[in-house]
Design a protein around this ligand. Sequence first.
Ligand SMILES: *[C@@H]1O[C@H](CO)[C@@H](O)[C@H](O)[C@H]1NC(C)=O
Ligand SMILES: *[C@@H]1O[C@H](CO)[C@@H](O)[C@H](O)[C@H]1NC(C)=O
Ligand SMILES: *[C@@H]1O[C@H](CO)[C@@H](O)[C@H](O)[C@H]1NC(C)=O
Ligand SMILES: *[C@@H]1O[C@H](CO)[C@@H](O)[C@H](O)[C@H]1NC(C)=O
Ligand SMILES: *[C@@H]1O[C@H](CO)[C@@H](O)[C@H](O)[C@H]1NC(C)=O
Length: 258
Amino acid sequence: MVNKMKPATAHYLILGSFCLAFYSGCTSYKFLESEHHPRTWKKLFLVHHWPVTVCKMSENDCKDPPQYWTIHGLWPDKVDECNRTWHFNVTEIKDLLPDMRHYWPDILHSSPNRTQFWKHEWEKHGTCAATVEPLNSQKKYFGRTLDLYQKLDLNSCLLKVGIKPSSTYYQMTAIKEALTSVYGVTPKVQCLPPEEGEEVQTIGQIEFCFTKDLELRNCTHSEAESYVMPNNWHFGPEELSVCNDTLTYYPAQVQFYN
Ligand SMILES: *[C@@H]1O[C@H](CO)[C@@H](O)[C@H](O)[C@H]1NC(C)=O
Ligand SMILES: *[C@@H]1O[C@H](CO)[C@@H](O)[C@H](O)[C@H]1NC(C)=O
Ligand SMILES: *[C@@H]1O[C@H](CO)[C@@H](O)[C@H](O)[C@H]1NC(C)=O
Ligand SMILES: *[C@@H]1O[C@H](CO)[C@@H](O)[C@H](O)[C@H]1NC(C)=O
Ligand SMILES: *[C@@H]1O[C@H](CO)[C@@H](O)[C@H](O)[C@H]1NC(C)=O
């Protein structure tokens, strides 16, 4: 580990002052849809992942990961693989491909024509999300996910509150408080646990929750929603889990240890 532990105080101060200043700039989301179809799930997770951490978790060779948060998926809670006969068809999303490649890349398999990651996301999650009208085709599912991602604009908002990749560690509570103050909802943040002999976790995923009507909601669940999302896309031997309120590394580049 080359980085020395540094005080996180500076980031606290920066966060505090920037949050108020930029509050209004990052809140232009509101998705009004009202459809009334039978549904078996209650909320959607729009999952962003940090490509550098994804690379770090993988045994695969992963070169030059993007330096921005990319889409992992849009996942309904409670259900998966809802329609095994509704096959992924890349032709249906051909108009979206430039945006897909940029914002929803397969971090671990960089060939631009690989569609395996999108196929997996569609079959596992898209076929379930498709029970609501705004997401009921491949074009709508992928297109709406891209829209939500662009409306949330997580990359700009993180920069505006002073959270950027750094060799300095952050307090997880500061990151969570900043996100909550910017978006007005509690996201779910996932980390890679510390390496052997280390104490610092690494941020890996930021998930925002949406209602069935595609409105932003808190990720905190009510008593009735006690379901643990299985980790569905195995990158390697290591797994993400909900971050602890400890020092957190937000790495700028992949560093391989050992
Ligand atoms: C599953 O998908 C196929 C192909 O789109 C469709 O014809 C069928 O009605 C779907 N089944 C269910 C239960 O939604
Ligand atoms: C894939 O989608 C395209 C465009 O909608 C359609 O023409 C084609 O038949 C589909 N292919 C399969 C295998 O369903
Ligand atoms: C990748 O896809 C593009 C556009 O669909 C196509 O023009 C190109 O030939 C493909 N490349 C490979 C290596 O298949
Ligand atoms: C959080 O703490 C628990 C209990 O010590 C541990 O099992 C888990 O791996 C930690 N998670 C992370 C992301 O470090
Ligand atoms: C999210 O939770 C906070 C605090 O519990 C609450 O003030 C806020 O209204 C909730 N937001 C939404 C959109 O439910």
